[in-house]
Structures are given as structure tokens and as C-alpha cells.
Write a protein that binds this ligand. Structure first.
Ligand code: FES
Length: 106
């Protein structure tokens, strides 16, 4: 399974197996990692699953939808690499993906 690296708000790093077809948010929640709150459960309506995706991995995921972009406009700590992790669906080629979870998700 693809291994995804999460850098969580306290600076610690967690490497997690995320099955293809699940979201980056799922991988965090299933492993009880801090930082991704995921209040809406993945329906792209809360932005508490905000992450910064390292640029080199951006092409491994679908582009952000208009809905996701709209929500991210209001996210704290927004950067050009901001994504909603519930919209980042892991595929086999995502092994080694790395992302940072901001300290402002709720
Ligand atoms: S979990 Fe709510 S927008 Fe991602």
C-alpha cells in the first residue's frame, strides 16, 4: 500500500499505509493522527482537513475542484500548496507522498 508521510502540528512525522482509493484524510483519521479534524467527514464542506501538499507531489492527485478552491479561500495558514485532504484520493503511484498539517484546523 502507498506510504504517506504526515508532518503534524507538533512537528513530528508519521508514516502511514493508506490503501489506494482512500483519502489522505482517511489515513490520518484511521490512525488517530493529530491536526486533521475532518468535521464534515469528507464531504468538502468544512475545511478542517486542510493540509499543505509538497509541490513535487501535486500532480499525483486530481486538481482541486471549484468547491475545494472556494473553501480553501477561507482557510487559515493558506499557501499555494493548500489542499483539502479529504479530496486527495490515494492511488498506487502515491507512495512516498509527504504533506504538512497546519496548526489551524480547529
Ligand atoms: S473533511 Fe470536511 S472538507 Fe474535508
Amino acid at each position: 500500500m502507498p506510504m504517506v508521510t504526515y508532518v503534524v502540528p507538533d512537528g513530528s512525522t508519521h508514516v502511514v499505509d493508506v490503501p489506494a482509493g482512500q483519502s489522505v484524510m482517511d489515513g490520518s483519521v484511521r490512525n488517530n493522527l493529530p491536526g486533521i479534524v475532518a468535521e464534515c467527514g469528507g464531504s468538502c464542506s468544512c475545511a478542517t482537513c486542510h493540509v499543505h501538499l509538497d509541490e513535487e507531489f501535486a500532480d499525483l492527485f486530481d486538481e482541486a475542484s471549484d468547491e475545494e478552491r472556494d473553501l480553501l479561500e477561507y482557510a487559515e495558514d493558506r499557501s499555494p500548496h493548500s489542499r483539502l485532504s479529504c479530496q486527495l484520493i490515494v492511488r498506487a503511484g502515491c507512495d512516498g507522498v509527504r504533506l504538512t498539517v497546519p496548526d489551524s484546523n480547529g
